[in-house]
Ligand binder design. Structure first.
Ligand SMILES: [Zn+2]
Length: 231
C-alpha cells in the first residue's frame, strides 16, 4: 500500500490506490471518476428506496389518499431543479390527482389540493352552524335568496327554533324530518324569506310544490289522494 493511504475511505478515493491496482497515473484518474460516479448512483438508489418505503397503498396525508403506488422522479416529471426528488401520485378527497413530493407528504407540508385546503380554512373562520343546523345549509338558502333577489330576514337561530317548534316534522305531510331531507319552504312564493312566510317541509314536497300557491298545491294533493283511494 502506498505511503499515506490508510483506511477503506481514503483508499478508493485516492489516485495512488488505483495506481497500485495497476492503472497508469492517467487511467487511475478515470478509474477514480468512474468509481465515484457508481458510488453516487448507489447512494441515490438507496435514498430512493428509503423514500418509497415511507409510502403504502391507501395511506392518507390530510386530504390526500395514495390510491396507486405510482412513483416518479422529478426528472421523469420534467421538473427543473428537482430531478432527484421523488414524487408519488395522490388523489384529493375532491378527486383531484397530483404527483406530490414524498418528503412534502411525510412532513405534512402538503395535505390536500389548494382548493380544498383553502376552502377548509374559510369554512372554519366564516361559518358556524346553530346547534345541529349546519352553517352550510343556512349559507346555501341565503345565497339562493340573494341570487333570486328575494328578501332574507331570518337568522340561524330562527330557522333552528322553527324546526323544533314543528317537532322536526314536515309542515305539510307531518312526516318526521332530518336535516338531510328538510327544506325551508316559502309559504307564499311571491314573498321572500320572512319569519311569517317560512316553514320546514320535506324537500321532495318542496320540489313538487315549487312556485305553486299553497292552496292550489293542497287542492291538487286532495284531488290526487281522493281519486287514488276511489280506484
Ligand atoms: Zn381537493
Amino acid at each position: 500500500m502506498p505511503k499515506g493511504i490508510s483506511g477503506r475511505e481514503t483508499k478508493t478515493t485516492c489516485v495512488e490506490y488505483w495506481v497500485t491496482k495497476g492503472y497508469s497515473r492517467e487511467n487511475a484518474e478515470d478509474a477514480l471518476r468512474e468509481h465515484q460516479r457508481k458510488n453516487v448512483s448507489k447512494v441515490k438508489k438507496a435514498s430512493e428506496e428509503n423514500q418509497k418505503s415511507k409510502i403504502t397503498l391507501n395511506q392518507t396525508f390530510g386530504k390526500w389518499v395514495v390510491k396507486t403506488l405510482d412513483f416518479k422522479s422529478g426528472e421523469q416529471l420534467g421538473l427543473i431543479g428537482k430531478q432527484s426528488t421523488w414524487f408519488v401520485q395522490v388523489t384529493c378527497v375532491c378527486g383531484f390527482e397530483k404527483h406530490v413530493a414524498i418528503r412534502s407528504l411525510v412532513s405534512g407540508r402538503s395535505n390536500g389540493c389548494k382548493t380544498c385546503v383553502k376552502a377548509r380554512g374559510e369554512s372554519h373562520s366564516k361559518w358556524n352552524g346553530y346547534k345541529d343546523l349546519s352553517g352550510r345549509y343556512y349559507g346555501q338558502v341565503k345565497e339562493h335568496a340573494k341570487r333570486a333577489k328575494r328578501t332574507f330576514n331570518i337568522s340561524k337561530k330562527f330557522m333552528y327554533d322553527l324546526f323544533e317548534k314543528q317537532n322536526r316534522c314536515c309542515a305539510l305531510s307531518g312526516i318526521a324530518l332530518t336535516w338531510g331531507d328538510a327544506s325551508l319552504d316559502r309559504i307564499d312564493s311571491t314573498v321572500g324569506y320572512e319569519k311569517h312566510n317560512v316553514q320546514w317541509v320535506h324537500k321532495k314536497l318542496n320540489q313538487m310544490k315549487s312556485d305553486t300557491p299553497i292552496n292550489e298545491f293542497l287542492d291538487w294533493c286532495v284531488k290526487v289522494s281522493n281519486f287514488q283511494q276511489s280506484v
